[in-house]
Design a protein around this ligand. Structure first.
Ligand SMILES: C[S@@+](CC[C@H](N)C(=O)[O-])C[C@H]1O[C@@H](n2cnc3c(N)ncnc32)[C@H](O)[C@@H]1O
Length: 247
C-alpha cells in the first residue's frame, strides 16, 4: 500500500441525535476529507465535527431520491484511491440493515484499508427513548429485530413471521410502516394474542419524535391515524406496557 492510498471509515452515526454519536464516531469525522452520507445520519454532527470535509449526499429515500448501492461503492473507491480519508456515515449502526458489510467487502477487495466504528442502532435506542425496556425482567428474555420492508405474504419475504409469533420474544420491526397491518394480521393468525401491546415510534431521537401505542390488532390503524411515517420502528410485546403503570 503506498502512502497516497486513502482509507474508508464505516461509521455508525446513531439514531439521529448528534449526542448519540459515539466519541469514536466524532473522532472519525474530525479526520475526514470526505463524508458520504444519507438522510438518516446525524447531519448536524457533520457540520459540527467535519466542517473541513467535502460532503456527498447519497439518497435512500423509499419511493424517492435513490442512489444505487453500486454508485456508493464507486464513490468510496474513487475518493479513497485519490488518497482521501473517507467517512461513510450512516444512521444507527452500519451493519444492521445498513449494507455496511457490502461496503467493507468492496473496499477491502480493492485493497483499501477499512476501519469500522459501530453506532448506536435505532433498533435499541428508539424504543428506549420511548420508554420501552425491551427485555424487562419477567416479561421478555430476548428481542428479534426484523425488517418489514416486504409484507409477510410477499415472495421476497425471508422472515418466518408465523414462527416469530410463538417465540415469546419482543419483536422490533424496522422499515415496516406500509406493511404493518399485514404483519400484525400474520402474527395474530399464527397465535400471538391480539391484545399484545404495541407501539410505533417515528423520528426517534429527534424533536419530532412521535409515539403511538395500541393493541396489536389496532396498531396499524392507530399508527396511520397518528401520523406515523418513515423512519419509524414498531415494538410488539408485553414490554411495551412495562413502564406505563410506574411511569
Ligand atoms: C435501512 S434501516 C437502517 C437502520 C440503521 N442502520 C440502524 O441501525 O438504526 C432504516 C430503518 O431504521 C429505522 N430507523 C432509523 N432511524 C430511525 C429513527 N430515528 N426513528 C425511528 N426509526 C428509525 C426505521 O425503521 C427505518 O426505516
Amino acid at each position: 500500500m503506498n502512502d497516497t492510498t486513502g482509507r474508508v471509515l464505516l461509521v455508525g452515526g446513531g439514531p439521529g441525535d448528534p449526542g448519540l454519536l459515539t466519541i469514536a464516531g466524532r473522532d472519525a469525522l474530525r479526520r475526514a476529507d470526505v463524508v458520504v452520507t444519507d438522510r438518516l445520519a446525524p447531519l448536524a454532527a457533520i457540520a459540527e465535527h467535519a466542517p473541513q470535509a467535502e460532503v456527498v449526499h447519497v439518497g435512500k429515500i423509499p419511493r424517492g431520491e435513490f442512489t444505487p448501492q453500486e454508485r456508493i461503492h464507486e464513490l468510496l473507491l474513487e475518493h479513497a484511491r485519490a488518497g482521501r480519508t473517507v467517512v461513510r456515515l450512516k444512521g444507527g449502526d452500519g451493519y444492521l440493515f445498513g449494507r455496511g458489510g457490502e461496503e467493507w467487502q468492496v473496499c477491502t477487495g480493492a485493497g483499501i484499508p477499512v476501519e469500522v466504528v459501530p453506532g448506536v442502532s435505532s433498533a435499541f435506542a428508539v424504543p428506549a427513548l420511548a420508554g420501552i425496556p425491551m427485555t424487562h425482567r419477567g416479561l421478555s428474555q430476548g428481542v428479534a429485530v426484523v425488517s418489514g420492508h416486504v409484507a409477510p405474504d410477499d415472495p421476497r419475504s425471508e422472515v418466518d413471521w408465523s414462527g416469530l409469533a410463538t417465540t415469546g420474544l419482543t419483536i422490533v420491526v424496522l422499515m415496516g410502516v406500509a406493511t404493518l397491518g399485514s404483519i400484525a394480521e400474520t402474527l395474530i393468525a399464527a397465535g400471538l394474542d391480539a391484545s399484545t401491546p404495541a407501539a410505533s415510534i417515528a423520528d426517534g431521537a429527534s424533536p419530532s419524535q412521535r409515539v403511538v401505542r395500541a393493541r396489536l390488532d389496532g396498531i396499524a390503524t392507530a399508527a396511520d391515524e397518528g401520523g406515523i411515517a418513515p423512519p419509524a420502528i414498531t415494538v410488539i410485546g408485553d414490554v411495551v406496557a412495562a413502564l406505563e403503570q410506574t411511569g
